[in-house]
Design a binder for this molecule. Structure first.
Ligand code: SF4
Length: 337
């Protein structure tokens, strides 16, 4: 931004002014006209020069009873992506999309039903944070890449986004989670590239495991047949050794599919002995899919069994349950309308 200012014959600090204005969540309407601190002629020059703020446009928003805000945003080529702001007492977590649609076709997911349209640009990923901050009038404190898309299939944009989240949004890598269904060779590539591009690898890697053995995993995640569950665990062990960061395993509780006590024991044997954490997730039923939610008493038994087996485990209830809250649902509904 300093270079832009200098190119227009302005002092470098004018560039810094634009920069701080852009990343200040209190500035709701991101337009060059609104930067009152800049001389009018400079603002006009920027507009004439084709500069614009923002990549996305708000299409729909939905505020759930628990304060979770879900946004449907349009891209310039008229695609749409979802992002979610999840407030708790001390945090505002932004759940970001990395692609329009997704090629992975996980059987429990609304986004996977439509396949991949395209990967998002860095600016489209970052703009989701600005929208959440503006709409919720609050600074985002934590980031999870758990929205639409498989982040490791858009790894360059992912890493550049993480750099900007760290440097421009002032959110440390430790408060960022990258969630993946796991793509062969990409777990080691993620840590290697992260060290190369960012100089460190301190974000949390979350693996959407959702099964305690290869057979069940293949029935709910078709791409699992290309990457054996034992190899995923081996690659995760290596990730922990290289980065010193524990890995989180996401486990969606699907009634009658993966939620029996024998599955808890099998999962414990699979992942025991290394730095990891299991996040059990309450399934958010969607009408496009036949899976059912595990009753809470069974989830509790499952969680107790993992704990008893020495596994770090927590249970995550779905937020914003009352309407359109499942992954990809808001977008699907908008397409159907
Ligand atoms: S769960 Fe994630 S990886 Fe699987 S289809 Fe949905 S968006 Fe893609």
């Amino acid at each position: 931004m300093e270079k832009v200012a200098l190119n227009y014959g302005q002092a470098a600090y004018r560039g810094r002014q634009i920069y701080s204005w852009l990343y200040n969540y209190k500035n709701r309407f991101k337009s060059i006209d609104e930067i009152n601190g800049l001389p009018l002629n400079f603002r006009n020059q920027l507009i004439k020069g084709g500069f614009i703020f923002g990549e996305l446009m708000l299409k729909e928003k939905y505020l759930a009873n628990d304060g979770t805000l879900k946004l449907l945003l349009n891209t310039r080529d008229n695609e749409s992506v979802e992002c979610v702001g999840i407030p708790t007492e001390k945090r505002l977590t932004a759940c970001l999309s990395s692609q329009v649609g997704c090629p992975m076709d996980c059987k429990f997911c609304a986004t996977g039903k439509e396949g991949l349209k395209r990967s998002l640009k860095v600016s489209e990923i970052l703009d989701q944070i600005l929208f959440i901050e503006n709409e919720m009038n609050q600074k985002v404190t934590n980031i999870v890449f758990m929205g639409m898309g498989e982040p490791l299939l858009n790894i360059d944009a992912l890493l550049l986004s993480i750099r900007s989240i760290n440097e421009d949004f002032d959110i440390s890598q430790r408060k960022i989670t990258v969630s993946t269904v796991a793509i062969p060779k990409m777990i080691s590539k993620l840590s290697e590239l992260s060290f190369q591009v960012l100089g460190k690898c301190q974000f949390t890697l979350a693996i959407s495991l959702h099964a305690s053995n290869q057979k069940i995993r293949e029935t709910i995640i078709p791409s699992a047949k290309n990457y054996h569950i034992n190899n995923i665990i081996d690659d995760c062990r290596e990730f922990v050794l290289k980065t010193g960061r524990r890995v989180s395993f996401e486990y969606l509780m699907l009634n009658g599919v993966n939620d029996k006590l024998e599955h808890a024991d099998e999962l414990s044997n699979l992942i025991k002995g290394f730095q990891c954490h299991v996040n059990l997730i309450q399934y958010n039923q969607i009408k496009e899919v036949e899976f059912k939610q595990t009753p809470s008493q069974y989830s509790q038994l499952f969680q107790n069994r993992l704990s008893k087996n020495g596994i770090n485990v927590s249970f995550r209830k779905s937020r914003g349950l009352d309407k359109n809250a499942a992954c990809g649902q808001l977008r699907q509904n908008a397409i159907i309308k």
